[in-house]
Write a protein that binds this ligand. Structure first.
Ligand code: BTN
Length: 241
């Protein structure tokens, strides 16, 4: 299907910019710099000039909003496939949206709804991937992080971006046709939380348990003292204990 592409030198946030754009079907927006890049739960996304990848895809879909729970997971899976194709192995996903390597964050995914147009949902899928960020910015980042360059110094930003969009395009088509269920096996192979002691913070309440995979909607399954509880992404945060 048709894609539209736009590359900007600078913007506030590629997600924000696309939310105000009446995109049709699928549109890729890439920026070299973001003055107000954002992460999940109101956090800032450090976005220095020409060091990393910052992009968003505007996606118009007929899928009902209740079925979009697995979207950030399939976006993560598409990114892992792209990295695998470039020879980068061992990258994992921390539910629901972190791209990590040996416990350090390589990138993240931020999905936002920007409304609907003629009965179709306008979804914005934002991805930030650390490529070659200078160490001077390290202090302003709260989590353990790393650059993709450490794993694959010879792989360019352009290659990574191109492969990610190819894989995302395929993943979105499968997701629309078959839902999240058809990605369950792929998720199992890269699920960093599986069998790990984790704690979930939801509206200031802490829930402790052991990661037990995800269900057919993409909800995290947590093995707790009271049995298996599904956790929906929304505004939760997950920590390893
Ligand atoms: C997270 O891990 O908290 C999600 C980070 C998402 C960052 C990307 S960079 C491109 C797009 N534009 C934004 O403002 N945020 C996303």
């Amino acid at each position: 299907a048709d894609w539209e592409c736009e590359v900007l030198l600078l913007t506030d946030s590629t997600n924000e910019q696309l939310k105000g754009d009446g995109f049709r079907h699928k549109k890729l927006l890439v920026a070299e710099y973001q003055s107000a890049g954002r992460g999940r739960r109101g956090r800032q996304w450090v976005s220095p000039l020409a060091s990393n990848l910052y992009w968003s895809v505007g996606w118009q879909t007929q899928m009902p909003v209740q079925q979009l729970g697995g979207l950030s997971l399939i976006v993560g899976l598409a990114i892992i496939k792209a990295l695998n194709k470039l020879g980068i192995k061992g990258v994992q996903l921390k539910w629901p949206n972190d791209i990590r390597y040996q416990g350090r964050k390589l990138g993240g995914i931020l999905i936002e709804l920007s409304g609907d147009m003629a009965g179709a949902l306008q979804v914005v899928i934002g991805v930030g991937l650390n490529m070659q960020m200078g160490a001077s910015l390290a202090q302003s980042i709260e989590q353990e992080w790393m650059n993709l360059h450490e794993l694959a110094p010879e792989v360019s930003r352009q290659q990574v971006l191109a492969e990610m969009i190819i894989e995302l395009n395929l993943a979105l088509e499968t997701f629309e046709q078959k839902g999240f269920e058809s990605f369950l096996a792929d998720w199992k192979a890269v699920d960093e939380c599986f069998g790990q002691k984790v704690s979930i913070l939801q509206q200031n309440q802490e829930l402790k348990g052991i990661g037990a995979g995800v269900d057919a909607t993409g909800a995290l399954l947590l093995q707790t003292g009271k049995g298996i509880v599904p956790i929906y992404a929304g505004e939760v945060s997950l920590r390893f204990r």
